[in-house]
Design a protein around this ligand. Structure first.
Ligand code: GLU
Length: 313
């Protein structure tokens, strides 16, 4: 079994890993700022990775990077792109396969949904294991029928516990998660684990919508003999209806705000204010940054009332 390349020698790092599906909104920028503050505030490197295996919109990456730089974030080394790292994910899948920890799954999305929501079916949308014990003949039959197979993890656990800086101990379900989709694209839960480990990322700061996926990722890291990073899942920004902020909520991107006559300093000041910090640029915010004093509640934002004339947020 080949050992995966590791960057044990790389100094530890934090990271931000946007998906280039569109412009970053204020919630994304706030999470990026927090990831940067956590990393820089603890003397870590900060790396930027573009999760571009899915949902890519032309031009979005360039605009995202420009906005991150505009709010004062800097990063170490070149930006990495998942599309350049397919061989690393394939090596991880091979490693799991050689250890007998994968199987082909021929289920359609619909079949999985139906099984997961059946009255006596498994709860929580977990994969019910339909293809786990197919015989070689059954597998060959499905392959011959031309059904594209996804590759799943043969999990030995149904739960795994992680520790999060903001949420404490968090236990979540593990199912036979997809490692490689039917179209051959490696799945996010695998790529994130491989990338973080190989980039020396030992601190993962991201939105708390990803907390439920984290036990799966940490478990996968153990199976790949990779270290489990420290996690901090930070509160999301919500709209006035209590839903996750989205582009349709109005003027929520940096360019929207600039088009309204606001300055970058003003926008950074707004993000900082939402974190209980004050300062003109990202560097100045570092001085007052204390992870123990971060707000634990989501920040509710009304894009139409961001500007309070004559007052700092
Ligand atoms: N690319 C993912 C997203 O934008 C985040 C991945 C991560 O932080 O682990 O939702």
């Amino acid at each position: 079994m080949s050992r995966m390349s590791s960057t044990a020698s790389a100094p530890p790092a934090g990271r931000y890993a946007p998906s280039p599906s569109g412009d970053l909104h204020l919630g994304n920028l706030r999470t990026a700022l927090l990831a940067w503050l956590f990393a820089r505030g603890s003397g870590r490197r900060f790396v930027l990775r573009v999760d571009d295996l899915d949902r890519v919109r032309p031009g979005a990456e360039e605009r995202q990077l420009a906005d991150l730089a505009a709010i004062g974030l800097d990063w170490d080394g070149p930006v990495t792109r998942q599309s350049d790292r397919l061989d690393h994910y394939a090596a991880a899948v091979d490693k799991l396969t050689s250890a007998g920890l994968t199987y082909e799954c021929f289920c359609t999305r619909r079949e999985i949904q139906q099984a997961a929501t059946a009255p006596h079916g498994p709860l929580g949308g977990a994969y019910p294991g339909t293809c786990r014990e197919l015989t070689p003949a059954e597998r060959a039959q499905r392959r011959a029928a031309g059904k594209p197979a996804a590759l799943r993890l043969r999990s030995a656990r149904t739960e795994f516990e992680i520790i999060d800086r903001l949420h404490g101990r968090y236990r979540g379900p593990i199912d036979d998660l997809v490692l490689r989709r039917g179209d051959g694209i490696p799945a996010y839960n695998l790529t994130v684990v491989v990338d973080d480990a190989e980039q020396g990322v030992d601190q993962v700061v991201r939105g708390d919508d990803l907390l439920p996926s984290t036990p799966r990722q940490a478990y996968l890291a153990t199976l790949l003999d990779l270290p489990i990073p420290e996690y901090a899942h930070v509160p999301l920004v919500l709209n006035t209806e209590g839903k996750r902020l989205a582009k349709r909520d109005g003027a929520v991107t940096l360019s929207d705000r600039l088009a309204r006559g606001e300055t970058v300093d003003r926008v950074v000041g707004l993000l900082a204010g939402s974190l209980g910090l004050a300062g003109r640029g990202a560097e100045e915010l570092l001085a007052g940054f204390d992870t123990d004093r971060l707000p634990r509640e989501p920040w509710v934002l009304d894009p139409d009332r961001l500007v309070v004339v004559g007052r700092c947020p």
